[in-house]
Design a protein around this ligand. Structure first.
Ligand SMILES: [Fe+2]
Length: 198
């Protein structure tokens, strides 16, 4: 029996944005705007901190806010240097494998550090570091679900057809496999059970 009692009422929460402290605001703004295509929606100073608001969606005033004040000499993640020591990852959905491939070319040509391309079965991903060393992920959802975590290398020089075929094959062999759409139905009912108002 589950010991956690669901709350009797929880307002709907939709994740919108995050802010993180940066060491070099100008360099970070350049990377997020010029390389990743964000628009600066506002900027200014509050409580002694410099802020740059960034968005790629007019429905969100900001999806990311860069704020001065990152401490010097933050210790690295003790388990794996790819991943952040405080924020493990900041992840962006990409529309297609081809878009992921194009992004990979941009990251390589911009000499972005710590590029790691991986296959989660449920998603194809590129990880890399932004200029401050934060771990970013860009991913495309697949149509298949099996229990996570799972991570093996992905070769983006293969064709879409090859990547899709081999990913579907090993995904279907995993214990707990189901179509991602079926998993979404199932998990969605569990989520909604806690909130009858959505
Ligand atoms: Fe992720």
């Amino acid at each position: 029996m589950n010991a956690i009692q669901p709350p009797s009422y929880t307002p709907n929460l939709m994740f919108s944005h995050l802010g993180f402290a940066v060491s070099d605001l100008g360099r970070m703004e350049d990377f997020y705007t010029r390389v990743l295509g964000f628009t600066v929606t506002d900027r200014g100073e509050v409580l002694g901190m410099d802020l740059v608001f960034l968005s790629r969606d007019p429905m969100d005033h900001h999806q990311i806010v860069l704020v001065s004040g990152r401490p010097d000499n933050l210790p690295p993640n003790p388990y794996h240097p790819q991943f952040g020591s405080l924020i493990n990852q900041i992840s962006f959905r990409v529309s297609s494998l081809q878009a992921l491939r194009e992004l990979h070319e941009i990251l390589v040509s911009e000499n972005v550090q710590n590029i790691m391309v991986g296959n989660h079965g449920i998603a194809w991903s590129i990880y890399c570091h932004d200029p401050d060393g934060n771990n970013l992920e860009f991913f495309v959802d697949t149509e298949w679900y099996f229990p996570q975590p799972f991570l093996i290398p992905l070769d983006l020089s293969k064709t879409d057809e090859e990547i899709i075929a081999e990913t579907e094959k090993f995904s279907r062999e995993q214990e707990g496999f189901e179509m991602y759409a079926d998993w979404r139905d199932r998990i969605g009912r569990r989520m909604h059970r806690y909130n009858p108002n959505i």
